[in-house]
Design a protein around this ligand. Structure first.
Ligand code: ZN
Length: 339
C-alpha cells in the first residue's frame, strides 16, 4: 500500500469523485468515522490530481509527479498538519527541542506560509493541492485565516480537508467546502484487507476497533492485544467478585481517555448481552460477557453508563487520576455484580 494508492474500498468512490475534474470544487471536506482512511483518501486524491499519466483517473504511482509525492517533495503539494502528527509520520524530528511538546494544533503560521506559494507557477500549469488534516486541529485563528483564503480562492488550487468530526469545525469554513463523506467498508472486505496486511485474528481485531480497518491495523502493528489486559482483568474480577484494587492499579497505567472509551464499548457489549444479543466489540469473549450480562442489574449498568459518559468529557484532564481510577474500579465492578 503506497500513499499514492487509494484503499480498495475507496477506489470506486474516488473514480466518481475525480471524474468531474474539469469543474472540480476548490475546497473539499473529506470526512468519515475514525480509522476508515479519510487521510489516506485525501493523500491519494492529491496524488491523482497531480499525476501526469493517471490510470482511470487515479494516480499511476510511477510518473515524475507521483515520484515527487512519494518522496515528499512535490512542489505543488503542501501537507498542513499539527507538528505532533508530523512527528508520528516520522516527517519531523522531535529531538530538536525535546523539552517542548510538539503542537497538536494547526497554527496560523502554517496557513500564512501558504500565501507566497499561491503566487508561484505550478509544474506544467497543473493543480496545486493543499492537504489539511485532521481539520479539527485547526485552531480558531488558523481556521479564520483559512476561511479568508477560501473566500477568494487562489487559481489552480484545491484544498483537501480531512476530518473525523466535521461538527467540530468552524461552520462558516464547512460552508465553503464541498462535502465528501466516506463510508465504513463492509466487514468482509475489511477482514480480507487486514488479512492481506498480515494481521492475525483479523475479524476479532476489526470488531475490537468498532469496524474501522485502519484503526484495527494500527492497533495490531502497535502490538496491542485484541482485548486490553485491564479489560481482561475486569472480566476476571467481575466473575470472581474482586474488590477493585488490582484493577485500579492496572488502570493507572492507561490513559484515562482510553479506558473510558474501552469501558463504553464493553458496556455496550454487556447491555447487548443483557438482551440476549451477541457482543459487537468483543465477540471472542462472548461467553464470559454473556454470563456476566445475564446476572447483572440493568439499572446499575445503565447508571454506570451515564457515569462513563460524564467521564468522557473529563478524562482528558482528570483532577486527580489516582482517585479517579480507584473510584472507577470499585464502582464499575459494583455495577456488574449479580443481582
Ligand atoms: Zn503518476
Amino acid at each position: 500500500m503506497s500513499m499514492t494508492d487509494f484503499l480498495p474500498w475507496q477506489q470506486a468512490p474516488a473514480r466518481r469523485w475525480l471524474a468531474a475534474r474539469e469543474r472540480f470544487a476548490h475546497a473539499w471536506l473529506i470526512h468519515g468515522r475514525p480509522g476508515c482512511g479519510q487521510m489516506d483518501f485525501a493523500l491519494a486524491g492529491a496524488s491523482s490530481l497531480l499525476c501526469e499519466t493517471p490510470r482511470e483517473g487515479l494516480a499511476c504511482g510511477q510518473c515524475q509527479a507521483c515520484r515527487w509525492v512519494l518522496a515528499g517533495n512535490h512542489p505543488d503539494l503542501r501537507r498542513i498538519r499539527p507538528d505532533a502528527q508530523a512527528v508520528r509520520e516520522g516527517a519531523l524530528d522531535v529531538a530538536e527541542d525535546a523539552k517542548k511538546q510538539p503542537s497538536r494544533e494547526i497554527r496560523i503560521e502554517q496557513i500564512r506560509s501558504l500565501l507566497p506559494w499561491f503566487n508561484t507557477a505550478t509544474h506544467r500549469g497543473g493543480w496545486r493541492v493543499a492537504l489539511l488534516y485532521p481539520a479539527e486541529s485547526l485552531n480558531a485563528i488558523a481556521a479564520n485565516a483559512l476561511l479568508k483564503i477560501l473566500e477568494e480562492p487562489p487559481e489552480h488550487t484545491v484544498f483537501l480537508l480531512a476530518a473525523q468530526a466535521p461538527d467540530r469545525l468552524l461552520p462558516t469554513l464547512v460552508s465553503r467546502c464541498r462535502r465528501l463523506p466516506l463510508t465504513v467498508p463492509g466487514a468482509a472486505e475489511s477482514v480480507a484487507w487486514l488479512q492481506a496486511q498480515g494481521v492475525q485474528e483479523p475479524a476479532a481485531r476489526l470488531a475490537a476497533a468498532g469496524g474501522a480497518p485502519l484503526l484495527a491495523l494500527e492497533q495490531a502493528r502497535a502490538g496491542q492485544p485484541v482485548m486490553p489486559d485491564w479489560m481482561m482483568l475486569f472480566l476476571d474480577q467481575a466473575a470472581a467478585g474482586g474488590d477493585g484494587a488490582a484493577l485500579a492499579d492496572a488502570l493507572q497505567a492507561v490513559d484515562p481517555a482510553d479506558w473510558v472509551d474501552g469501558f463504553q464499548r464493553l458496556w455496550l457489549d454487556l447491555s447487548l448481552g443483557a438482551h440476549g444479543l451477541p457482543p459487537r466489540y468483543h465477540p471472542a469473549e462472548g461467553a464470559r460477557i454473556a454470563a456476566i450480562a445475564k446476572a447483572l442489574d440493568p439499572a446499575a449498568l445503565a447508571h454506570a453508563a451515564g457515569w462513563l459518559q460524564q467521564q468522557r468529557r473529563l478524562a482528558r484532564h482528570p483532577l486527580n487520576p489516582k482517585l479517579l481510577t480507584d473510584h472507577a474500579a470499585r464502582y464499575l465492578l459494583q455495577a456488574v455484580r449479580p443481582r
